[in-house]
Design a protein around this ligand. Structure first.
Ligand SMILES: *[C@@H]1O[C@H](CO)[C@@H](O)[C@H](O)[C@H]1NC(C)=O
Ligand SMILES: *[C@@H]1O[C@H](CO)[C@@H](O)[C@H](O)[C@H]1NC(C)=O
Ligand SMILES: *[C@@H]1O[C@H](CO)[C@@H](O)[C@H](O)[C@H]1NC(C)=O
Ligand SMILES: *[C@@H]1O[C@H](CO)[C@@H](O)[C@H](O)[C@H]1NC(C)=O
Ligand SMILES: *[C@@H]1O[C@H](CO)[C@@H](O)[C@H](O)[C@H]1NC(C)=O
Ligand SMILES: *[C@@H]1O[C@H](CO)[C@@H](O)[C@H](O)[C@H]1NC(C)=O
Ligand SMILES: *[C@@H]1O[C@H](CO)[C@@H](O)[C@H](O)[C@H]1NC(C)=O
Length: 537
């Protein structure tokens, strides 16, 4: 990767500025048309581009040419300029400069407005955000991709504003959830007129209930995807105070109702009181050699006890199957954002059904919390009382953590638990020790990974969460040092990095992790600005 020679690299043999380079590319345009003008970012992010940062890691400049950026926001450019004053280490600054704008630069695949459709939206913003290297919108990724800009959010009615990007994503997610609430990833809306994607095919994945084929890219039911919609909604509301938006067409309230209906069904246990088997409201089977890509028991998953108060999740935020379906981190996140979004529901024009909806939201949130505290805590022989990653309500539990958010490590980020809570602190010590079966160590990077990429591969995302949940300067500096030193010269966050070799990594273009890195640096500027003045060489 590091040694591969791109055309841009060849051109850069000359001491040319970016403007000159743009000019050169302009002249070359007739040769290679738009592919050269705006190279495919999957290959672009796989290669190094000048000017390199002046620290010892000589990190690539990875922002696309301005003309190729997908969305421009003055406030993001201003943040980058002001951060240059704050961050003294040239390699750390380069990482921030590349990562923070990455979602805007590369992943806003389409921004427009809705046609008046069956569900009544018209002239509403729509934002289609890809994960980066996959041409589909994940509920979880897109909520997190926008979350990285939440500290810049202000009320703004302009369709070229950050607020409008959030509105567009909330509207599109509402549409997706109304179509297929059990699915995790979706195609571009028809309004985008992007080249057609292959519709969801039941011959590849057997899924109950049957997904809406033209809308759905993949249909793994993950509780945190629904929580992500609520998170995105709440962040928009908290950042702008714009309650009117949620009332405008009724689709948001309907989507919330659909979430309540789907998750209430998924409170059920595997057996009915009379001992007969309750048909699982969601089933999934894929024909695959990978155990974590399909569900046991003919697509229903392992049995779960009744009356735990916990909502089942078939898959984790890594898109891997749950071992036990009472997945604690997603229940924490869901409980938290359900109760926060009940406040939005309360602001909608007075309607007896909505009032009862906000009651349902608060009641479900309260019951889930009680279920977590009753069934989700276990005793670890070395670390004491900790939260389990997954339980089944019968007493079986899985003590591990995975890098993907929501994780146990990330629990305070939603506000579910305080950072200094003793059970969280025990859990955190466990997660960051070799007692966690997915904590990876080695000379390159020490962090949690997961079964998605497998043992030996640590995830930078988990190191970022470690920083976001730490108050300890040494821990933060040690983690930042690892992040700066493990990008293989490419200057972007990878999905995973081998603990043994910096050049063994996965995914060159992972917009969520890039955004999260930027968000973490902004958080440090608030909490620990002195750490941004240090050297990470
Ligand atoms: C972003 O700004 C550049 C000029 O700096 C422009 O060429 C480009 O078209 C803009 N992108 C969008 C999506 O408007
Ligand atoms: C609203 O957003 C647009 C586009 O980003 C920006 O030009 C304008 O200044 C913003 N308005 C306010 C009041 O911040
Ligand atoms: C959609 O794209 C097709 C093919 O590029 C084009 O013929 C058609 O006019 C477009 N429709 C709209 C509504 O833009
Ligand atoms: C939710 O369930 C109720 C009761 O079964 C039903 O009346 C309502 O239409 C459902 N809501 C949605 C959005 O499907
Ligand atoms: C409340 O919901 C019921 C059934 O879903 C519907 O018939 C009724 O019109 C709704 N009431 C209001 C005020 O929207
Ligand atoms: C990871 O932790 C081990 C101790 O367990 C230490 O020797 C090693 O230097 C650490 N690696 C990094 C990259 O900090
Ligand atoms: C990368 O590391 C993983 C985990 O140790 C290993 O399985 C894989 O073979 C390595 N890949 C390369 C290309 O070295």
């Amino acid at each position: 990767m590091r040694g591969s020679v791109s055309l841009l690299l060849l051109l850069s043999g000359l001491p040319v500025s970016w403007a000159t380079l743009g000019g050169l590319l302009e002249k070359l345009k007739p040769l290679e048309q738009t592919s050269l003008r705006c190279p495919d970012y999957s290959s672009y992010s796989y290669q190094r581009h000048p000017p390199f940062s002046t620290g010892r890691f000589e990190l690539s400049y990875q922002r696309p040419d301005p003309a190729c950026r997908k969305f421009n926001l003055t406030e993001v450019e201003e943040t980058i300029v002001s951060m240059k004053e704050t961050i003294k280490d040239p390699d750390l600054f380069r990482l921030f400069e590349n990562c923070f704008p990455n979602t805007l630069d590369t992943a806003i695949a389409w921004k427009g407005s809705a046609q008046k459709g069956a569900r009544g939206e018209s002239q509403e913003d729509l934002t289609f955000i890809t994960t980066g290297d996959i041409n589909a919108m994940w509920l979880r990724d897109s909520a997190n991709q926008l979350q990285s800009y939440k500290s810049l959010l202000k009320a703004n009615t302009s369709s070229s504003s950050l607020a409008s990007l959030f509105r567009g994503a909330i509207n599109l997610q509402s549409r997706y959830i109304l179509a297929s609430p059990h699915c995790n990833a979706f195609h571009a809306p028809s309004e985008a007129n992007l080249s057609a994607n292959t519709p969801f095919s039941s011959s590849e994945d057997y899924v109950v209930p049957t997904p809406e084929a033209s809308t759905v890219f993949e249909c793994k039911y993950e509780l945190d995807s629904l929580a992500a919609f609520l998170q995105l909604s709440y962040e928009y509301y908290a950042g702008t105070g714009d309650a009117v938006f949620f009332a405008r067409h009724g689709t948001w309230a309907q989507a919330v109702e659909n979430i309540l209906n789907a998750t209430t069904e998924l409170l059920a246990g595997t057996y009915k009181p009379d001992g007969t088997v309750a048909i699982s409201p969601y089933q999934f089977q894929r024909f695959t050699p990978t155990a974590t890509e399909t569900l046991a028991n003919a697509g229903a998953g392992s049995p779960v006890a009744a009356n735990t108060g916990l909502v089942r999740s078939a898959f984790r935020p890594s898109d891997d199957a749950c071992t036990y379906q009472l997945f604690i981190p997603a229940n924490m996140m869901f409980s938290r954002y359900l109760s926060l979004c009940a406040d939005i529901m309360d602001t909608l024009p007075n309607n007896p059904n909505l009032t009862s909806t906000s009651h349902r939201m608060r009641a479900l949130a309260t019951n889930i919390r009680a279920g977590i505290e009753k069934h989700g805590r276990v005793n670890h022989r070395l670390h004491g009382r900790i939260y389990a990653y997954e339980v089944d309500g019968y007493g079986s539990h899985n003590t591990m953590d995975d890098a993907n958010i929501p994780s146990l490590l990330s629990a305070p980020l939603s506000g579910y638990v305080a950072r200094d809570d003793p059970i969280y602190q025990n859990t955190r010590r466990f997660v960051l020790s070799r007692d966690n079966p997915y904590f990876m160590t080695g000379p390159v990077i020490n962090a949690t990974g997961g079964p998605h990429v497998g043992p030996g591969m640590a995830w930078p995302m988990a190191l970022i969460v470690r920083i976001l949940t730490s108050d300890d300067d040494d821990e933060i500096v040690g983690s930042l040092r690892q992040l700066v030193a493990s990008t293989d010269g490419l200057g972007l966050m990878h999905e995973s990095v081998s603990t043994q070799s910096e050049s063994n990594w996965t995914r060159q273009w992972f917009s969520w992790a890039n955004g999260l890195f930027g968000q973490m640096v902004l958080d440090l500027r608030e909490r620990k600005p002195h750490l941004l003045g240090l050297s990470y060489q």
